[in-house]
Structures are given as C-alpha cells and as structure tokens.
Design a protein around this ligand. Structure first.
Ligand SMILES: [Zn+2]
Length: 306
C-alpha cells in the first residue's frame, strides 16, 4: 500500500469521526435535528466508506492492472498472471501479453512421420504437417488445396487486436491486419500474377506457391500502419516495424521471415508478416530481439521439392 493511500485512508477515517462528533453534539444541544442534516451526514459517511473501499482496492490491484491489457477477466488470465508479471518485468513495457496460449490442434489419429533434426515430432493429419504440435506451412511442407479454414483463427484475431490496441496505447500507432487469411485459390491467382510479372525464380523469393502459403493456415497475417508503406520492403525501416519486431511476441506472434535468414525460411525479410504460435514459443523465438526462425529452432528446412 502506498503512503498516499494510507494518508487518504486516515483522512477519511478522521472526517467520519468528526462528523459523528458533530452529530452527537448537535443531538445533545438540540433534540430536533433537521431531517436533511441527518441525511446529508449519512451520505457523507457512506461516501467516506466507499472511498476507503476504492483506496483499498486500488492499492491492492495496481501491480496487476499495469500488466493487464485484456478486458477479459477469465480465470485463465488469473492463473497465468503471476508468470506473466515476471515475464513483463524484463521488457519495461506497460502491457502484458495476458494469456496467449498455443493453439491445440486436434491431432488424434495423426500419423507419426519421424522427428526433425533437433528431435521434435513431425506428425501428419489430413495432409497437414505439425511439428511439435504447430501447424507448418513453408516450402517443404505444403497444405492440401482443400484445407480452407475460411478466415483468420479466432484466437489469432483476438491476440492481433490486443497487439494493435497496445501499439495505439503505447506509441499512438494505427495498425491493422491487411492481408490475413488467403485460400488456396486466392494464393494461386496471386502467385501466378507474380510469376507473369517477375518470372518464377523471383516470385518464389517473396510469394508462396499455392498450397505453401502460411496465409492459408489462418494463423498468419500481414500488418499495415496508417500513412506507411504497406506490405513492401519500404515498411522495414518504419518505427512501426521496429515496434512490431520488439513487441509482437508479447501477444503470441513471431516475426516469421527474419532479416538475413532467407536460407532458413526460404523467404526474404518481411517485417510485416506475423504468425501466431502463443506467447511461450514466441518469447523463445524473439530471443531478446535476435529472432530465431521456426525452421532453425525446431530443425527443419524450407525448400520446394521441384
Ligand atoms: Zn504475409
């Protein structure tokens, strides 16, 4: 409890006592006290009491409030609070990730197809590859054309909204998800247009072939910022890109195509492309600012077979 709260509390107790003293003195002098006077005294006492409650609550809740972005006050948030608080202390940021958990895909009946070079499980279900339980879409592991979640995953969308809120609150940045879910068909059109424009080799460095786009998973999206270049390398040098790179992990996101790691991811640096993995893995990959790719962390590659 802060000293201010203690003083405040003491003052309210003092005022209450004074009013009771006045009340009893008036009673002794005059039997007939105006009804209005009684009511007003009662109101003041109630107000004082309410203030005491507020002061007590404030002093108790403060350390948690600082670390709370979410409006949801579910038991989940409470359970994770203690660990989140310690995580947040490192970053000196005002907002916490709340609870951004790994998405649990139903992997019952999945086929075990070995382990990665770093010993993580590779599983396959309905033509989709999961490594250590994370859905993978890169140049090695494609998705079936029929896999169509139709939109961004609800958990991902919620977490992204929290991230935009935090960017607004902490820095005044206006950001939003521009290119989010893309179906196999949409990706096919997009990729074919790029091939027609730049040729296949060039297109492969920045655009995924249909079935190999992370946008088809419903777990990844591109971020744009108001009055800033959108989904282009010109975004890389903006303060918004810097903020995203430093803070996305707090909301369970990873910078998927890290600068200088094209040989791992198979793609050029994309400061705007983020993928949800949950805050636990995101923090590991964030690696205090020196981003590790999923490929490197789990030990798998990203290369087209043909
Ligand atoms: Zn993207």
């Amino acid at each position: 409890m802060k000293i201010v709260n203690i003083i405040g509390l003491a003052l309210w107790v003092f005022y209450t006592l004074v009013y009771f003293a006045i009340l009893s003195r008036t009673k002794r002098k005059k039997n007939k006290i105006s009804k209005y006077f009684k009511v007003s005294i009662l109101l003041i006492v109630i107000l004082a009491f309410v203030n005491i409650i507020v002061i007590l609550n404030e002093s108790d809740a403060k350390p948690e409030d600082v670390n709370k972005t979410t409006t949801s006050s579910s038991s989940e948030v409470k359970n994770e609070k203690t660990s989140e608080v310690t995580t947040m202390e490192k970053t000196t940021t005002k907002e916490s990730s709340g609870t951004f958990k790994k998405i649990n895909h139903d992997l019952s009946g999945a086929i075990d197809s070995g382990t990665t070079s770093k010993g993580y499980s590779i599983q396959e279900k309905d033509g989709i590859t999961y490594i250590d339980g994370y859905m993978i879409a890169n140049k090695t592991y494609g998705l079936p054309s029929t896999f169509n979640p139709g939109k961004l995953d609800a958990t991902v969308e919620k977490a992204a909204d929290k991230m935009y809120e935090a960017a607004k609150k902490e820095k005044g940045y206006n950001m939003w998800g521009q290119s989010q879910f893309r179906s196999y068909e949409t990706q096919k059109k997009l990729y074919n247009n790029y091939v027609a424009r730049d040729g296949k080799a060039a297109a492969d460095t920045y655009s995924a072939r249909p079935g190999f786009s992370e946008h088809q998973t419903g777990l990844a999206f591109d971020v744009c910022a108001k009055n800033k270049p959108c989904i282009t390398s010109d975004f890389n040098s903006t303060p918004e890109a810097k903020w995203l790179s430093d803070n996305a992990w707090r909301f369970g996101f990873i910078l998927r195509y890290v600068n200088g790691k094209t040989n791992e991811t198979g793609y050029k640096y994309e400061s705007w492309h983020f993928r949800y993995v949950g805050s636990e893995l995101a923090e590991k990959l964030y690696n205090n600012g020196d981003w590790i790719t999923m490929e490197s962390y789990f030990g798998f590659d990203s290369e087209y077979k043909d």
